[in-house]
Write a protein that binds this ligand. Structure first.
Ligand SMILES: NC(=O)c1ccc[n+]([C@@H]2O[C@H](COP(=O)([O-])OP(=O)(O)OC[C@H]3O[C@@H](n4cnc5c(N)ncnc54)[C@H](OP(=O)(O)O)[C@@H]3O)[C@@H](O)[C@H]2O)c1
Length: 342
């Protein structure tokens, strides 16, 4: 049976304008980095997509190499698009990215025009789409002139393969540079996608102010620090968890005694607010006014529902924020820091 969206899907979700643009994003967006790859999409993952949309989550974020294997999250998503979601295409914001390793050889990654244009075409084919809503340069390439990456983004934009352009994990300096190059070509960067969470606050140094100045929106990825900002690691590493997967982006070494202590203290604050730690972590990210949307991942609908309930309490008292500032120390978990170091 094909999916039919809930008629109540827009009743509870809140939306924010992306920067100063007219494009609204839901406070929670869903990423398909983990749990959507493989030979076919699992029944649970399909359920996640449908439940998310039923709850007003209109934005799905992908990239060329989400899987494993690379490309499979897009291919699986493409099948669901074709079968179930195409009739809602104009209600959806779908994004993809190029820049990380995708295929073999010198054109399989980074920021050359050759890589970015070919990758965008491949992504559209896999997802069975004519266009994506947002196309990102996934990371800054120190060995390609920004002008060339901008050329590629401009070409994708002008050809209608993407409605909006974004950058991910660019430093404030490189964001400013890309923004002014594109502005001269009559294109505005819509959005920046950086990592941001209670234990990874690098954007507060100078990226936030650069985004404000350039009127660029901000979608914060890994707001739960890949799951560390939940109760799951407080009593060791559970069998079913990202940290326990053989091929994983969450190295067990990041779950240090110090980080567990930080998480425990944040968990206490969350409990006192009547929220789970995951809910407080999401609410806290959204409390930063530069943030348009918190980009989460989930392994099942139970996690999705828990996280959506975060939106019921987004307010923090001054005292809570002060206490959080004291406890939310950097956890050394920003594995994307190299890309923002230029
Ligand atoms: N631009 C970039 O370079 C970049 C990089 C990374 C991610 N992203 C984007 O951001 C999206 C989200 O990243 P992320 O998956 O790292 O985000 P995240 O929300 O920080 O972590 C998601 C993981 O946390 C755990 N989790 C979620 N809700 C939970 C809950 N209520 N209770 C307990 N555990 C919970 C699950 O892991 P378990 O498997 O342990 O249950 C889940 O897979 C990606 O899908 C992608 O679209 C972009």
């Amino acid at each position: 049976m094909t999916y039919k969206a809930s008629s109540k899907r827009y009743q509870n979700m809140q939306y924010r304008n992306t920067g100063t643009s007219g494009l609204k994003l839901p406070l929670l967006s869903l990423g398909l980095w983990h749990n959507f790859g493989g030979n076919s999409m699992s029944a649970e993952s399909k359920k996640i997509l449908f439940k998310a949309f039923d709850l007003g989550i209109t934005h799905f974020d992908l990239a060329n190499n989400y899987g494993p294997p690379y490309g499979s999250a897009e291919s699986n998503f493409g099948k669901v698009m074709q079968q179930d979601l195409m009739k809602y295409r104009d209600e959806l914001i779908i994004s993809s990215k190029a820049g990380y390793d995708m295929w073999e050889g010198p054109y399989g990654e980074w920021g050359s025009k050759k890589h970015i244009i070919a990758s965008c075409d491949q992504s559209l084919k896999r997802m069975k789409l004519d266009y994506v809503d947002i196309f990102y340069s996934h990371r800054f390439d120190p060995n390609t002139p920004l002008e060339e990456t901008a050329d590629a983004l401009e070409s994708i934009y002008r050809s209608g393969k993407a409605l909006y352009i974004g950058v991910s994990s660019y430093s404030a300096k490189k964001t400013n540079a890309m923004s002014s190059i594109l502005k001269k070509r009559g294109i505005k960067i819509l959005i920046h996608q950086p990592s941001y969470s209670l234990i990874n606050r690098w954007i507060e140094k100078d990226l936030s102010s650069s985004l404000k100045k350039n009127e660029i929106g901000c979608i914060a990825f890994s707001p739960l620090a890949q799951g560390m900002l939940s109760e799951k690691y407080l009593k060791g590493i559970p069998k079913i968890s990202r940290a326990n997967q053989t091929i994983t982006s969450l190295d067990k070494k990041l779950i240090t005694k110090r980080n567990i202590q930080i998480i425990q203290e944040l968990n206490m604050i969350a409990k006192n607010r009547g929220q789970s730690l995951s809910q407080m972590a999401i609410a806290w990210v959204l409390n930063n006014k530069i943030i348009t949307s918190a980009l989460i991942g989930v392994r099942n609908t139970k996690q999705l529902l828990e996280n959506v309930h975060a939106l019921e309490n987004l307010n923090f008292s001054k005292e809570e924020l002060k206490l959080i500032d004291k406890k939310a120390l950097d956890g050394g978990i920003n594995i994307w820091a190299q890309s923002s170091s230029f």
